[in-house]
Design a protein around this ligand. Structure first.
Ligand code: AMP
Length: 396
C-alpha cells in the first residue's frame, strides 16, 4: 500500500479539507468522555492542516445511533475536548447540508476548524449512499481519511466519498498502514498472534489466513473454549460458539499440518456465576466442572503464554484473555499486557478492549504500537482490502 499522504498535497492554504476522523470515544451518562485516546490521536493531522492554513471540516461518527439523531450520541462533548486540546475555537454544525452550514463554511478563515454533527445520524452514511457521498464530496476541495478505526467499513464518509474528490490519507492512517504493512510483509520472527475476547465469528477467518503467515497463535478469552471443545474437552457452562466447533477442528488440523503452534489455555479460573464478586477455582481443561463458567486463564496458562510472548520478536494482540472488566478476572489480560510491555521488540496491540486494557494498566508507553483500530487491524492482517483505504490516491 503506497498511498498519498495529506503531507504530499502542496496547496493546503485556503483549501477546504473534509477530514474523516474516528472520534468515536466512550461518553458516559453525564456526557463525560471516559477515554480520549482517539481524539488525541486525531490531533496531529488537525494541527498540521491548521498550520498549513487549510479550512478543516471534520466528519466523524459516535456510537450506533442507527440513522437517526439521538442526543446521547452527539459529538458535542468531543467538540469541547477538541477546543481544549487545540487551544482554539472549534465551530460545530448540527444541520448537515443546511443553508446555515453552507454559510458557516463560506465564512471560514484559513486555519479554522469545524465539526459536523455525528454522520451516523443519517441512514445514508452506513448505506454508503451514492447521492449522499456526492453531497459530502461537494462540501470540500479535497478529502483526507484519518479514521483508521472505521477504515474496514464501506460507508459514505469513509469509502463512497473517495470516488468524487481527490482523497489522501492523514498522518494517523499513514502510520497505522505502515505498521501493519511491516507486520504482514516483513515481520521479525518468531511472529506470534494473541487472540482473545468473546466473538469467535469475528476472528476465526483471521486464524485460517494467519496460519500461513505466523509461527504461533495464542488463543485465550472465551474464544479458546470453542477450540478446547473442538479438541474434545468439556467446558461446562462456559461461553462456547457451538456453530463454530467443526470449523475450529479444521483450523487445528490445518495448523498442525503447517507446523504452526496453536497455544490454548491449560487451566482456567472457573466460577459458578457470571459476576464480578464470584468465587472461583483453578481447574485444568481436563477437569472442568459441568456447571462451571470459565472467566479467565489460570496461572499455568499465564506462565505458558508469557514464555511464548517473551521469546517472540513480533506479537500482535487483539482481545482480552478473560472477563477483564471484573478485576478478579483481569489477571490473564494483565499478564499478556505485561509480557508484551517487557519485550523490546515489535509489540503491537489492536484497538478496542486490549488497547484500553494496556492504557488502564499504564503500559502504553512500553509498546511498539497501540493501534486505534481493532476490527480494521484484524481485517488488514486477514489480507482484506479496506474500503476506507483502497480508493485513496496512490503516491506519485
Ligand atoms: P470481543 O469483542 O470479541 O473482543 O470480546 C471482548 C469481550 O470478551 C470482553 O467484554 C470480555 O469480557 C469478554 N470475554 C473474555 N473472556 C471471556 C470469558 N471467558 N467468558 C465470557 N466473556 C469473556
Amino acid at each position: 500500500m503506497n498511498k498519498a499522504s495529506i503531507t504530499d498535497y502542496k496547496y493546503l492554504e485556503g483549501t477546504k479539507v473534509l477530514l474523516r476522523d474516528d472520534l468515536n470515544v466512550p461518553v458516559n451518562k453525564n456526557g463525560v468522555i471516559t477515554d480520549d485516546k482517539k481524539i488525541i490521536e486525531a490531533i496531529p493531522t488537525i494541527k498540521f492542516l491548521i498550520e498549513k492554513g487549510a479550512k478543516v471540516i471534520i466528519v466523524s461518527h459516535l456510537g450506533r445511533p442507527k440513522g437517526k439523531p439521538m442526543p446521547e450520541f452527539s459529538l458535542s462533548p468531543v467538540v469541547e475536548k477538541l477546543k481544549e486540546l487545540l487551544d482554539k475555537p472549534v465551530l460545530f454544525e448540527t444541520e448537515l447540508f443546511s443553508e446555515h452550514m453552507q454559510k458557516m463554511i463560506r465564512t471560514m478563515k484559513n486555519g479554522d476548524v469545524m465539526v459536523l454533527e455525528n454522520i451516523r445520524f443519517y441512514p445514508e452514511e452506513e448505506a454508503n449512499d451514492e447521492e449522499f457521498s456526492k453531497k459530502l464530496a461537494r462540501i470540500a476541495d479535497i478529502y483526507c481519511n484519518d479514521a483508521f478505526g472505521t477504515a474496514h467499513r464501506a460507508h459514505a464518509s469513509t469509502a463512497g466519498i473517495t470516488k468524487y474528490i481527490p482523497s489522501y490519507c492523514g498522518l494517523l492512517m499513514a502510520k497505522e498502514v505502515e505498521v501493519f504493512s511491516e507486520l504482514m510483509n516483513d515481520p521479525k520472527r518468531p511472529f506470534v498472534v494473541v487472540l482473545g475476547g468473546a466473538k469467535v465469528s469475528d476472528k476465526i477467518k483471521l486464524i485460517s489466513n494467519l496460519i500461513d503467515k505466523v509461527d504461533g497463535i495464542i488463543i485465550g478469552g472465551a474464544m479458546a473454549y470453542t477450540f478446547l471443545v473442538a479438541q474434545g474437552h468439556n467446558m461446562g457452562a462456559s461461553k462456547v460458539d457451538e456453530a463454530k466447533v467443526e470449523y475450529a477442528k479444521l483450523l487445528l488440523e490445518k495448523a498442525s499440518n503447517k507446523k504452526v503452534k496453536i497455544y490454548l489455555p491449560i487451566d482456567h479460573l472457573v466460577a459458578k456465576e457470571f459476576s464480578f464478586l464470584a468465587d472461583y477455582d483453578v481447574c485444568s481443561s481436563e477437569n472442568f466442572p459441568a456447571d462451571g463458567i470459565g472467566m479467565d486463564i489460570g496461572p499455568k496458562t499465564i506462565r505458558l503464554f508469557t514464555k511464548v510472548i517473551k521469546s517472540a520478536k513480533t506479537v500482535y494482540w487483539n482481545g482480552p484473555m478473560g472477563v477483564f472488566e471484573y478485576k478478579r478476572f483481569s489477571k490473564g489480560t494483565r499478564a499478556v499486557a505485561r509480557a508484551m510491555a517487557e519485550n523490546p521488540n515489535q509489540m503491537v496491540v489492536g484497538g478496542g478492549d486490549s488497547a484500553a486494557a494496556v492504557r488502564n494498566f499504564g503500559l502504553e508507553k512500553d509498546f511498539y504500537f497501540v493501534s486505534t483500530g481493532g476490527g480494521a487491524s484484524l481485517a488488514l492482517l486477514e489480507g482484506s482490502e479496506l474500503p476506507g483505504i483502497v480508493n485513496l490516491k496512490e503516491k506519485e
